[in-house]
Design a protein around this ligand. Structure first.
Ligand code: ATP
Ligand code: MG
Length: 226
């Protein structure tokens, strides 16, 4: 069955200027992500994995090359359009959870709706459903400090899911977790995958990588299939 990729990168490069020197971090990336894919990207530190994920998530722009998201070119869009796309298409999960320490679990998951065009009762329903999906319905009034690392990451995943993103991007989501909590988070990503989510996940953990349908290796700014 031929299918249009949800995200398609063609000959993508990214340079960073550091003082007098320009470092080419991505050196010609070609990548197609299809609906329902679970893609893992591995590779040594500094090889450009996070840079690639940031571009996929419209948090950063490529230097050259094209990025087509859901059939539409992303290049050349204004910052405002780009952040609108980010808010409606992308769910981000980071290694450091990025939760607001003073806010409850409920409030943390509600955060993306501050910017969304959705009324409060619809937002509330989505937050409760996302909390249920990650098994945190009984922790809604807790603050992050009262949760385990795995629970904190589940809050971050619920926050990413609540907006019903077309693409879930996770950068080392188990990097700060012990093996038991890592396994829980891994099961959760597998469950999301089975329910139809499209996931691109960066990891150093071979156990996490085994869960994926395909694993790509970033080496010196280029992607290799094993
Ligand atoms: N904003 C930036 N300005 C300058 N250089 C940057 C910037 N972001 C990343 N780099 C450089 O780009 C290279 C790739 O960084 P990146 O964070 O993508 O690597 P990574 O593969 O995610 O590494 P890790 O596994 O350690 O997270 C590094 O050499 C880094 O110093
Ligand atoms: Mg990184």
């Amino acid at each position: 069955m031929s299918q249009t990729p949800l995200a398609k990168l063609e000959n993508l490069t990214k340079d960073f200027v550091q003082g007098q020197t320009t470092v080419q971090v991505l050196k010609g990336i070609d990548l197609s992500v299809y609906h329902g894919d679970f893609t893992v990207i591995m590779g040594s530190s500094g090889s450009g994995k996070s840079t690639l994920l940031h571009i996929l998530g419209c948090l950063d722009r490529p230097t050259t090359g094209t990025y087509i998201l859901d059939g539409k070119p992303v290049d050349g869009l204004s910052d405002r359009r780009l952040s609108a796309i980010r808010n409606s298409y992308i769910g981000f999960v980071f290694q450091e959870f990025n939760l607001l320490p003073e806010a409850t679990v409920y409030e943390n998951i509600m955060l993306p709706f501050v910017y969304a065009d959705l009324d409060i009762s619809a937002s509330r329903k989505r937050v409760l459903a996302a909390a249920e999906d990650v098994g945190l319905s009984n922790r809604l009034a807790h603050k992050p400090a009262a949760l385990s690392g795995g629970e904190r990451q589940r809050v971050a995943i619920a926050r990413a899911l609540a907006v019903r993103p077309r693409l879930i991007l996770a950068d080392e989501p188990t990097g700060n977790l012990d093996s038991q909590n890592s396994r829980e988070i891994l099961f959760l990503f597998e469950k999301l995958h089975r329910s139809g989510a499209t996931i691109v996940l960066v990891t150093h953990d071979t156990e996490v990588a085994r869960a994926a349908r395909r694993t790509l290796f970033m080496r010196d700014g280029m992607l290799e299939t094993p």
